[in-house]
Design a protein around this ligand. Structure first.
Ligand code: DHB
Ligand code: FE
Length: 283
């Protein structure tokens, strides 16, 4: 049997989630509507049993800073450490990499004329650790190997939604040409609408969020019709993290996906938080 993409897991990665977990507040009035989205995610993961996660996320100043900002960066390390870039979060378990699969993806992306940055050493921040902690809260070690793919959602100019989707599609093709037997889950983290700074700080846009959640599974082209600037206008300057979802959706391929679960609640900290699981229609 060849490697198999079992589906996609998408979630917001708000740092305050880490504090809520640390304090055991998952059932509080404030947090319950968000955490209630995760039993179905965990059940799905237990059923599809992935052993690799290919994760589209954005770094928030831990590994990359404004002085050197790759548009697309692919990790090729054997090991990734989490660190807290300043939120006061616990430091989570380290991640085991999958260098052979990383290099296969890198070869395929460069072959497809994506001018990516390759990272043989890379730290990962809350955008990666929080979604893992939400998915596998009781794991002694993470049950999947990691291939991290960082997209610049932090500093303009941003890649366009169409380019992010194309990157994801190319990653998806690479997964299908990989000779291994792994079961692969694709992840997209961040979003949905939020803006942390400036005159519009606190901005959220449920209408655009609903548009994204309504179309991601069966018509992702709706999301790629916007420019990056339009997404910043619609989603807020941090809501552009939807680019990570769009790339992850691309990696699931062109066929419509079945929606396993969907959850949306606002606000979680300053963010309209969403969680979704998609899987191939005939998985
Ligand atoms: C918040 C959301 C984020 O995606 C992030 O990276 C940092 C903070 C927030 O809503 O507080
Ligand atoms: Fe973020």
């Amino acid at each position: 049997m060849m490697a198999q993409v079992v589906g996609g897991y998408f979630t917001s990665h708000v740092p305050a989630i880490g504090g809520a977990i640390q304090r055991g507040e998952q059932q509080s009035a404030y947090w319950k509507p968000f955490f209630d989205g995760f039993p179905p995610v965990r059940q799905w993961l237990a059923e599809v049993r992935p052993d690799v996660a290919v994760v589209f996320y954005n770094d928030h100043g831990l590994n990359f800073f404004l002085d050197a900002m790759p548009t697309f960066a692919v990790g090729a390390a054997a090991h990734y450490d989490n660190e807290d870039e300043g939120w006061g979060l616990p430091v989570y378990k380290s991640f085991t990499g999958h260098p052979a699969l990383s290099w296969h993806i890198i070869d395929a992306l460069v072959g497809a004329e994506f001018d990516i940055t390759t990272c043989q050493a890379m730290k990962v921040d809350h955008a990666l650790s929080i979604p893992f902690e939400l998915a596998w809260p009781d794991a002694a070690a993470w049950p999947v190997k990691l291939v991290p793919i960082a997209i610049n959602t932090v500093q303009f100019p941003l890649p366009s939604p169409r380019r992010c989707h194309a990157l994801g599609r190319a990653v998806g093709k690479a997964l299908h040409s990989w000779g291994g037997r792994e079961r692969i889950v694709v992840m997209g983290t961040g979003g949905l609408s939020h803006q942390l700074e400036g005159a519009r700080a606190g901005f959220m846009n449920p209408e655009y969020d609903r548009f994204c959640l309504d179309h991601l599974a069966s018509n992702p082209a709706a999301l790629t019709a916007h420019s990056a600037e339009q997404v910043a206008e619609l989603a807020g300057t941090q809501g552009v993290e939807i680019l990570n979802w769009i790339a992850a959706r691309g990696a699931l391929g062109d066929a419509p996906q079945a929606m396993v679960m969907r959850n949306y609640h606002l606000p979680i900290s300053n963010t309209a938080a969403a969680t979704m699981v998609l899987e191939p229609v005939c998985a």
